[in-house]
Structure formats: structure tokens, C-alpha cells
Design a protein around this ligand. Structure first.
Ligand SMILES: Cc1cc2nc3c(=O)[nH]c(=O)nc-3n(C[C@H](O)[C@H](O)[C@H](O)COP(=O)(O)OP(=O)(O)OC[C@H]3O[C@@H](n4cnc5c(N)ncnc54)[C@H](O)[C@@H]3O)c2cc1C
Length: 329
């Protein structure tokens, strides 16, 4: 039977793409996310200080498009002004320009613009952490506030280790082969540093700098990128630096990052924050767009742990899962 109602846990790109397609096809969809807003790892942080608004994309920086199914949506977002091509180029650590064949797109007001737009047309609840799942023919989820939601099918879009933790906490066992397959998906962590500066001039000579991967992976100037009205930097540490500094205080991390970036960042930092992405990039992904279990009611695992560890991979996973769920008659 075609599910008439679907619960989607997670309002990142994968969950919202799945929800959008289900909604477009007449399914009653409810999206639940523990975050304060939509986006997941495509989040944009806004800090108001001294009458100025600073913005930082602190997760994903841009996305590329190669799949026709995703391209169809990106064209729509381009026409609506939700996304735009990144107008600037990147350089490498040695100062040489970096050449890319692919068009890079960004959210016009920050990377969370896509998720914000998609979330507007579905029934979505934020600051709503799902803590327990159960199934008696229908799936029921319980939130940290003790509310329950039920539907014919359940789509789990958090990073796969978090979805598996949710099942374990709910004492729901998966078939051994499926559990093993899902457990093979694991993630790198990433510490992101957000820095705000005085003045009106950009800090970096280009919008983005690719470093060697360790200890720093990437630095982005959000003023050059066109999403912040004051100079701000987002700096992503590499997986090894992130793991080694995970437990250290934010101030120690920022101090070390600034020392590593001394050749590039000379202005005094006015305000800083550190953000720890525990599940930043899938290190191993499954070569299939989603995993679906049929019994006792459809349960799907989606996200960037399938297809490819980036925005387009997450989108394809959500699109494919929704299509499969709709075809399940
Ligand atoms: C630092 C960094 C830089 C990146 N750079 C790029 C880039 O430049 N280009 C690119 O294409 N990709 C990049 N990526 C990867 C990209 O952001 C991800 O692949 C993509 O956003 C994943 O989307 P998703 O929907 O699979 O997961 P997520 O965005 O993680 O969405 C999952 C959602 O589930 C929610 N959730 C989890 N548990 C619960 C629960 N129990 N109850 C309710 N809600 C829950 C979370 O709050 C989250 O919103 C980057 C990622 C990071 C972290």
C-alpha cells in the first residue's frame, strides 16, 4: 500500500528533499528536527554585534550539480533567487589560483537558504529531538518534550550512526546484514572556527583558500562570498587536527588556528566561536542511495552516508528514497 503519511526525522538537505517530493505527490509529511531551524550541516550562523549583522556558513560552503534529478530543483531555486553561482574563485595555500570545471553554487543569503525555502512548504517542527521510536503497524516517534507523532512510514535522515543510536535506544533490532551494512558508514569530525573582524574590508585575498587538508583544510571569507556585510571567516580544521583538539577549550583551538593562519590573517579578531561537527563528512559511503526495510512498516535510512558525502549526494539520497516510497504500491 502506498503510505499516506510519512514522518521524516531531520530537516537537512536529504530529509527536506524527500519531504518535498512526498508532499508534491499528495503524501502527508511531517518533518522533525532537533535544531532551531532547517539546514543541518548546511547551516548559516548570524551574529548581531555593534549594529552590524555578521553571517557565517559554518558547515557546507557551496555545492555542485551533476545529476539531472537534482539539477531540476537547482534550476528552480536559481530562478527564485534562492541560490546563485559563486562569483569568486578559490586559491591554494601557495597563492596559485585553483581551477574548477564545475559551477559552484551557494545559498544567496547563506547556505541555509535552500533548507529554509524547502521547509516552508512542509509541516516542520524544530527544537524537536526524536528520542524514541516504536512500530505497531504504524511508526510512532516520541520527542524529548514527550510529544508523539505517528505515520505509515518513517524516514531517518540523521548521520547514520545517530540513526542507529536512536534505534538502539528504542530497543529496535535490525536484520544483522542491514545493521552491518549501515555500521560500515562512518564519519570524519571537523572543528569549524568562526571569526568576526572590525572594518569593511575582506580579510582574505580570495573568497576561499584550500590548504593541504591538515591542520587546516579550508578558509572562507564570508564578506567576499557575499553573505556577510562585515568581514568574517569560517575556518575548517582537518580531521586529524579536529580529533586531536576535540576536547580542548575553544580559546586554545582558536589561538592555535590563528597561529597557523598568521600569514593570511593579520587583523585582530573581534569575536570568535568554535563549532564541533561530530559527523561532518562521511568517510565511507554505501554505493546505494538509501536503505529501506519493509516490515513491519516502511523504515528508510537516507543522507550523505549514501551516494556521496556532500550536498548533492544527500539530495539524491532523499529524492531516490521518496521516489521508491511512492512506487511502493
Ligand atoms: C564543515 C563541513 C563542510 C562541508 N562542506 C561541504 C561543501 O562545501 N559542499 C558540499 O556539497 N558538502 C559539504 N559538506 C557536507 C554536507 O554539508 C552534507 O553532506 C549534507 O549537508 C548532509 O545533509 P543530510 O541531510 O544528509 O544531513 P544533515 O544536514 O546532518 O541533516 C540531518 C538532520 O537531522 C537532525 N537530527 C539528528 N538527530 C535528530 C533527532 N534525534 N531528532 C531530530 N532531528 C535530528 C539534525 O539536526 C540535522 O538537521 C560539509 C559538511 C561539513 C560539516
Amino acid at each position: 500500500m502506498k503510505p499516506k503519511s510519512v514522518l521524516v526525522v531531520g530537516a537537512g538537505i536529504s530529509g527536506l528533499m524527500a519531504a518535498t517530493i512526498l508532499k508534491e505527490n499528495g503524501v502527508a509529511v511531517t518533518v522533525l528536527d532537533k535544531g532551531r531551524g532547517a539546514g543541518g550541516r548546511t547551516s548559516t550562523r548570524r551574529i548581531e554585534m555593534d549594529h552590524a549583522i555578521a553571517r557565517f556558513d559554518h558547515g557546507a560552503q557551496y555545492f555542485t550539480v551533476s545529476d539531472e534529478r537534482f539539477a531540476k530543483y537547482v534550476e528552480r531555486w536559481l530562478a527564485l533567487g534562492i541560490v546563485k553561482p559563486l562569483g569568486e574563485t578559490f586559491i591554494r595555500e601557495n597563492g596559485e589560483p585553483e581551477w574548477s570545471e564545475e559551477t559552484r553554487y551557494i545559498g544567496a543569503t547563506g547556505m541555509n537558504a535552500i533548507a529554509k525555502y524547502l521547509a516552508e512548504s512542509v509541516r516542520a517542527f524544530f527544537s524537536t529531538r526524536v528520542v524514541k521510536l516504536s512500530c505497531d503497524g504504524k511508526w510512532t516517534v516520541e520527542t524529548d518534550a514527550g510529544k508523539t507523532f505517528s505515520a505509515d512510514a518513517l524516514v531517518l535522515s540523521p548521520p547514520v550512526p545517530q540513526s542507529l543510536e536512536l534505534l538502539a535506544a528504542s530497543r529496535i533490532a535490525l536484520p544483522a546484514d542491514v545493521e552491518k551494512e549501515l555500521q560500515s558508514i562512518d564519519y570524519h569530525s571537523c572543528i569549524a572556527a568562526l571569526m568576526l573582524f572590525d572594518g569593511i574590508e575582506p580579510i582574505l585575498p580570495r573568497c576561499g583558500i584550500w590548504f593541504q587538508g591538515e591542520p587546516i583544510a579550508f578558509a572562507c571569507d564570508n564578506l567576499r562570498k557575499g553573505i556577510s556585510s562585515v568581514p568574517t571567516l569560517t575556518i575548517h580544521a582537518g580531521p586529524l587536527f579536529s580529533a586531536a583538539h576535540w576536547e580542548m577549550s575553544d580559546s586554545v583551538i582558536i589561538e592555535q588556528m590563528l597561529r597557523l593562519l598568521a600569514d593570511w590573517v593579520r587583523s585582530p579578531v573581534k569575536h570568535w566561536q568554535a563549532h564541533r561537527w561530530r559527523y561532518a563528512f562521511a568517510r565511507t559511503v554505501l554505493d546505494k542511495p538509501f536503505v529501506m526495510l519493509d516490515s513491519p512498516a516502511p523504515l528508510l535510512f537516507i543522507g550523505d552516508g549514501f551516494v556521496a558525502p556532500r550536498i548533492e549526494g544527500a539530495a539524491i539520497s532523499g529524492i531516490s528514497a521518496a521516489t521508491a516510497l511512492l512506487e511502493r504500491l
